[in-house]
Ligand binder design. Structure first.
Ligand code: SAH
Length: 216
């Protein structure tokens, strides 16, 4: 996209992603293309490509670019994949997924955030994103199974509906842990077997819902 921010995005790829091991060409291309500045409020646009998270309203944050790229790479996306995202937030992660794969389903519990994300999807003509306001810890049963599932908020455990709604083969990426620190966990379903491993320590906002933290 020619929007005056191409150089900042190219620098983001060179300085924040390649040196830290992001190598999937589709992920690098998506990070170089998706206009992150359009997902944050106007005053924050000059900082949109910085190496840090940013506030998106309602006490929530958009992850640092590297974490978005890392989680996307861990999903091992294919063009034909149908992906479920829990925690739409400002919609940036969904847009990165939508640049790579066939169909993105995204669920957000805070309605004003979802409304804003939807306007940005429309503006960018991202027609392969379907969204709804709901408790994403229940998944999206009507649209299951999903080839890949990404949760962009941290929960105390992996919500069982998400494991059930994951296709076989399938990959689920979720931060799991306590309120302050989580382990970025990769769960894989293959030939009926489930395995998981931890990638790195991360800090996400809380996953609030029936299979997450209780609302305060
Ligand atoms: N992927 C987002 C990150 C947003 S932060 C982005 O690119 O901006 C995480 C989001 O998860 C917050 O907006 C929060 O409201 C949402 N969230 C927390 N618990 C949720 C739940 N049970 N269902 C859906 N969304 C949830």
């Amino acid at each position: 996209m020619r929007d005056g921010y191409e150089k900042l995005r190219a620098r983001l790829v060179e300085e924040q992603l390649l040196p830290r091991g992001i190598h999937d060409p589709a992920v690098l291309a998506a990070m170089a293309a998706v206009p992150r500045h359009l997902f944050v409020e106007e005053a924050l646009r000059p900082q949109a490509y910085g190496d840090f998270p940013l506030p998106i309203g309602e006490g929530q944050t958009i992850s640092q670019p590297y974490i978005v790229a890392l989680m996307t790479q861990l999903l091992e996306l294919n063009k034909e994949d149908r992906v479920l995202e829990i925690g739409t937030g400002c919609g940036y992660q969904a847009a990165v997924l939508a640049a790579i794969c066939r169909q993105v389903y995204t669920v957000e519990r805070i309605k004003p955030l979802l409304a804003r994300a939807r306007r940005t999807f429309d503006r960018l003509q991202l027609f392969n994103i379907l969204s709804k306001a709901d408790d994403g810890t229940e998944g999206w049963a009507e649209r299951a199974p999903f080839d890949k599932i990404i949760v962009t908020a941290g929960g105390p455990s992996i919500p069982s509906p998400l494991v059930e709604q994951l296709a076989d083969p399938g990959v689920l990426v979720i931060p799991v842990g306590d309120r302050d620190l989580q382990a970025l966990t990769v769960l894989r379903k293959q030939e009926g077997e489930i395995t998981s491993h931890i990638e790195e320590r991360v800090r996400f906002v809380k996953l609030v819902g029936a299979h997450g933290w209780k609302a305060e």
